[in-house]
Design a protein around this ligand. Sequence first.
Ligand SMILES: Cc1cc2nc3c(=O)[nH]c(=O)nc-3n(C[C@H](O)[C@H](O)[C@H](O)COP(=O)(O)O)c2cc1C
Length: 172
Amino acid sequence: MRRIEWNERAGLLRDGLSSGGAFLVALDESGRANPMTIGWAQVGIVWSRPILTVYVRKSRYTHRCLQQADSFTVSVPRSGALDQALALCGSKSGRDLDKMQAAGLTPIQGRSVSTPVIDGCVLYYECRIVGRTQQELPDLAARDVIERYYPKGDPHLAVYGEILSAYVADRA
Ligand SMILES: Cc1cc2nc3c(=O)[nH]c(=O)nc-3n(C[C@H](O)[C@H](O)[C@H](O)COP(=O)(O)O)c2cc1C
């Protein structure tokens, strides 16, 4: 693994998110790592520090995990890789099964946070949670966005993580 600047490989993040997705990992109350597939994430500067923001609907088990966790990680597979695991982690819930095991994923201890990352990906972020904002539908201004993404409500929790470590696989 090779350490990178937080904004160095934005193209790898974009490619992963816009193909099969990436793994967001959070620890649940018992300390079990729960991977959830995400298609949305944002990297930038907030509070004078590099922040990665993830968006998690209220109905997800991960939403509950992130309410009490102090960190999360995002592991991005190369576009087209780990597709079956992404599909499982994007359709089953950690409420019902140990998805890390069911998807055949191998956790690797985080460098900077207690939440692990996932082996076999190309890009990794380890984040300390610095804030959370529960989106409310009346705050969303664009009708087309509400109609497309919230026909049944279930708005997202935005979770802001300070990027403490960013790194890529040696072959990336
Ligand atoms: C490609 C893909 C991208 C997804 N992106 C998100 C996302 O950004 N936010 C979200 O809340 N759910 C997203 N989902 C849905 C969750 O991954 C899915 O509901 C998952 O089963 C929740 O797991 P959990 O209950 O263990 O948290 C996505 C699913 C897929 C397949």
